[in-house]
Write a protein that binds this ligand. Structure first.
Ligand code: ATP
Ligand code: MG
Length: 386
């Protein structure tokens, strides 16, 4: 079967009034972004409070579906057959042949749901339902009508053209990226942080990222891996501005929780510069020494922006599951050292004391203050797109 369009279903909770336009515009923008590398020509548009993707000529169906499944805000994707508007006899033939092709077994229960946006059509929806239902029953005697819980709902919408669809492919849900501000992701080469970025983007938040590396202790290839991960996340989140910070000198000076506090400070600096409303990390309670409740409190204390930790209550296994689903896992497990894995303290403190840390930082202020300034000034910006 050749489909000519996709009707995009989206959740409507909380999108009344002006928000509805913002939501729909962001959805249209993200769909265009998702389809830009797919073979085919697509017209994405809003029409009568709905969003459609019209396919002009040949296109790659599977790839189109795969791409649409990455657009947050989409709840369902309905492949549509479009026909010119015809009088009833011809419309019946179109619907009967659609049902025959989609359901060759011919033994389902069904219901016809007609809608008439084009009020010049000489019958109302109820009449159309009855006529079309009868035509389907005549053609496929094994099928039965069930108006309450049918296996198949055959939607027939008469607009400037007739739209016929029955299948709904689930979308990812969430909200379109761009409807909820932006946040700064601390992105490492690990498994967790790409998943954390994905989860916050799913709520409509645009993502920027900061990566800390420690050349020559970490390789160019480790950095490439992080760029690759950012690109995989950007297939969902849209373009990502990635700040790559040379952290070598600070790390040579400090290995402990103090180092993590400097990471947060630097990431927050870039976040504020670009108007981000929060930071994102891939931390989960107790996973490693730097993620005990005490350590989290100590790193949290240096930030004035909220720090979002969407994985905070997840087990590693659950995080791995998501990373496999979103396709970052294979890249994350490539064996290139990131800076934190090289500079691990032999006996990391699991219960840091914020007051003591603050005292030792006072002694460091001058030295590290300068190092921080240099790290910020020499950061490289890479714009990453899927
Ligand atoms: P991940 O799998 O995300 O690397 P992890 O289990 O290795 O996490 P840590 O190394 O303790 O845990 O890092 C905790 C969080 O700190 C990461 O999820 C990430 O948000 C941030 N982070 C760690 N290392 C870096 C880095 N080199 N650059 C940027 N952010 C980092
Ligand atoms: Mg890590």
């Amino acid at each position: 079967m050749t489909f000519h369009s996709f009707l995009i279903k989206y959740g409507e909770i909380g999108i009344k009034g002006k928000n509805r336009y913002l939501f729909e515009d962001a959805l249209v923008r993200q769909i265009r972004y998702a389809l830009k590398n797919v073979d085919g020509e697509f017209l994405v548009h809003k029409c009568h409070g709905r969003v459609y993707v019209d396919c002009e000529g040949e296109y790659d169906y599977e790839e189109t579906i795969e791409s649409l499944k990455r657009v947050f805000g989409i709840v369902g994707i309905c492949p549509v057959v479009r026909k010119p508007v015809k009088e009833l006899g011809e419309l019946k033939k179109d619907v009967v042949s659609y049902v025959g092709e989609m359901y060759p077994e011919g033994n389902q229960t069904f219901k016809v749901e007609a809608r008439r946006a084009n009020k010049r059509y000489p019958m109302n929806s109820m009449e159309i339902n009855c006529e079309l239902g009868e035509a389907v029953l005549d053609a496929y005697p094994q099928m039965k009508v069930d108006v309450h819980t049918p296996d198949v709902r055959v939607n027939v919408e008469i607009r400037e053209e007739t739209y016929i669809y029955s299948k709904i492919i689930p979308g990812p849900g969430g909200m379109p990226v761009g409807t909820n501000g932006s946040a700064m992701l601390l992105l490492s080469g690990g498994i967790d942080s790409p998943v954390a970025g994905y989860m916050i983007a799913k709520r409509g938040v645009e993502i920027e990222a900061t990566y800390f590396h420690a050349p020559p202790y970490t390789s160019e290839r480790a950095k490439e891996k992080v760029v690759d991960l950012a690109r995989l996340v950007s297939a969902y989140a849209g373009p990502i501005k990635l700040h790559v910070v040379n952290f070598t000198d600070i790390q040579l000076d400090e290995l402990t929780i103090i180092m993590r506090r400097y990471m947060m400070r630097i990431a927050e600096h870039f976040a504020k510069e670009d108007g981000c409303l929060g930071l994102i990390t891939g931390e989960s309670i107790g996973q490693v020494a730097s993620q005990t409740m005490q350590s989290l409190a100590a790193t949290n204390a240096v930030c004035t922006l909220p720090v979002y930790r969407p994985l905070i209550g997840f087990d590693k296994r659950e995080i791995v599951e998501i990373s496999e689903k979103i396709d970052t896992y294979e890249t994350s497990i490539q064996p290139f050292e990131d800076c934190c894995t090289i500079f691990v303290a032999k006996h990391p403190v699991t219960k840091p004391d914020v007051e003591r840390i603050e005292k030792s930082e006072l002694n460091l202020t001058e030295v590290i203050g300068d190092l921080m300034k240099t790290a910020i000034e020499t950061a490289e910006v890479i714009r990453v797109e899927a």
